[in-house]
Design a protein around this ligand. Structure first.
Ligand SMILES: [Zn+2]
Length: 475
């Protein structure tokens, strides 16, 4: 039986762009969209299922290309305004990255990770992310980096009904922050090779399960915690098995200087040298890719390397902004022709929030209102992510695309009058305005409620786990 979503303000994909159709219809059959447009006859004889989208924007689900569900919830209200860091770290705002974050991760036991994942995936679904890229269980976190945790977390995502790319992280060394402010690096005894093999086995064995809703990704933890040979091996495996790659890079000035001093190259040159760059490669953060953090300072050869390889930079504006950092800027990346997408990284896991921050931070940095338009930022959050994953069937409402659909309320004080749906979605809306979410044509959120998860019970479990985690944090 076909499903007809009718009477909504439809954001359709036409001729390579999102376009608004008032009173449009989206027709679904099974897990795909078969027709989008206006003037489509809706059967009234009971032979089709009908969903009335009056007072709703009908849009593609977000493709949220970078996030962590198992540990970041426990940093909420702890890491963000921490003063327990050295003067140097405060100055550069990266003590959180090298000191507080590892400390929190060490305190999170496996059970607490699964509980956090359940709440995080539910919140992602509730706020309109239909595809999520989960970069999981870093080697440093509790225990030994067992791949069983990755499998468990993937199952939690599937139970929520989401589409998920699971990228268990691996690396050769870990880092930390000495009291004097210096960042140290220490190799693991086997330089992370056992973990790497486990991750490859997971990625090749689990890719495509759950009717294709679960996909996998190779995720070298951070550009500065892997050795060159590990990165080259990552590229070989990725190409052989057609798996995407995502690496954290451009996270801090320390990282940029470390790559320079160890390998005599810039971060972009190093990524090119190790073969990472490509249309299947995502750079998580991409904020400090030059010495001064300004993308206008990229060398022309670096610009060409990023642009011509069709590598995607995944921006995570809110997590940086609340720690005092900015991306300088998504406008400059756009001008340089470099592909971009968006992610939430940590809480609140609400892509509306990150779209707003992406637009706002860019306008502040560029001293202009003519940059990072709402339509551009909305495209980053949808097709930007889909293209990064090599998925022309995601992030768009068009015939042949997956039926991953979000409906957003506009019959509210907040929304009215919604002259321009893109400006409403980026500059006013939040995840709380999401009414219904569908993945593969199945409804997973209805009336703003995640159908698969009992929220009060899950929140109670999370609060209990958080008390245990908090008491175990040693900084
Ligand atoms: Zn991250």
């Amino acid at each position: 039986m076909k499903t007809y979503i009718e009477n909504g303000t439809v954001i359709a994909w036409q001729n390579g762009a999102h376009r608004v159709i008032e009173g449009g219809v989206v027709v679904i059959e099974g897990d795909v969209i078969v027709e989008v447009g206006s003037g489509i006859a809706v059967p009234a004889d009971g032979s089709a299922r009908r969903i009335d989208a009056r007072g709703r924007i009908v849009m593609p689900g977000f493709v949220n290309t970078h996030l962590h569900v198992t540990d970041t919830l426990y940093t909420k209200g702890y890491l963000e305004e921490s003063t327990n860091i050295s003067a140097q770290a405060k100055e550069t705002n990266y003590g959180t990255l090298y000191r507080t974050l590892p400390a929190v991760r060490h305190a999170v036991d496996p059970e607490a990770q699964v509980i956090a994942a359940e709440c995080a995936f539910a919140e992602l679904a509730r706020t309109g992310s239909t595809t999520v890229v989960e970069l999981g269980y870093d080697y440093e976190v509790g225990g030994d980096g067992a791949i069983a945790m990755t499998e468990q977390v993937a199952q939690v995502a599937m139970a929520t009904g989401l589409r998920c790319y699971s990228g268990p992280r691996f690396r050769a060394m870990h880092y930390g922050h000495a009291p004097g402010g210096k960042v140290w690096y220490e190799k693991y005894p086997d330089e992370g090779r056992r973990r790497f093999r486990d991750c490859v086995d997971f990625c090749t064995g689990w890719d495509g399960r759950y009717d294709g809703r679960l996909r996998t990704m190779l995720a070298p933890g951070q550009i500065d915690t892997c050795d060159p040979e590990l990165l080259r091996e990552t590229r070989r495996v990725a190409s052989a098995h057609r798996l995407p790659i995502q690496v954290h890079a451009g996270q801090s000035p320390n990282e940029y200087e470390r790559i320079r001093s160890e390998y005599g190259m810039s971060t972009v040159e190093y990524m090119q040298d190790t073969g990472l760059l490509g249309p299947d490669c995502l750079i998580g953060h991409g904020q400090v890719m030059t010495r001064d953090g300004n993308m206008a300072s990229l060398d022309p050869s670096e610009v060409a390397a990023l642009r011509d390889s069709q590598t995607t930079v995944v921006h995570l504006p809110w997590v940086k902004a609340r720690r005092g950092g900015v991306i300088n800027s998504i406008h400059k990346y756009r001008q340089l022709g470099i592909r971009q997408s968006l992610g939430t990284d940590t809480f609140p896991f609400d892509m509306f929030n990150d779209m707003r921050m992406a637009a706002t931070v860019c306008r502040i940095v560029e001293h202009s209102v003519d940059v990072a338009t709402s339509a551009d930022v909305f495209a980053m959050a949808t097709v930007g992510g889909a293209d990064a994953l090599g998925r022309p069937d995601l992030g768009r409402l068009a015939a042949g695309c997956k039926a991953d659909i979000v409906m957003v309320r506009t019959d509210t004080f907040k929304a009215a009058p919604a002259y321009d749906p893109f400006m409403f979605l980026v500059l006013s809306a939040t995840g709380d305005d999401v009414d219904r979410v569908m993945v593969d044509g199945k409804t997973i959120v209805e009336n703003g409620r995640v159908l698969a998860v009992d929220m009060p019970a899950a929140v109670a479990r999370l609060n209990e786990a958080a008390r245990r985690v908090r008491s175990n944090i040693v900084t």
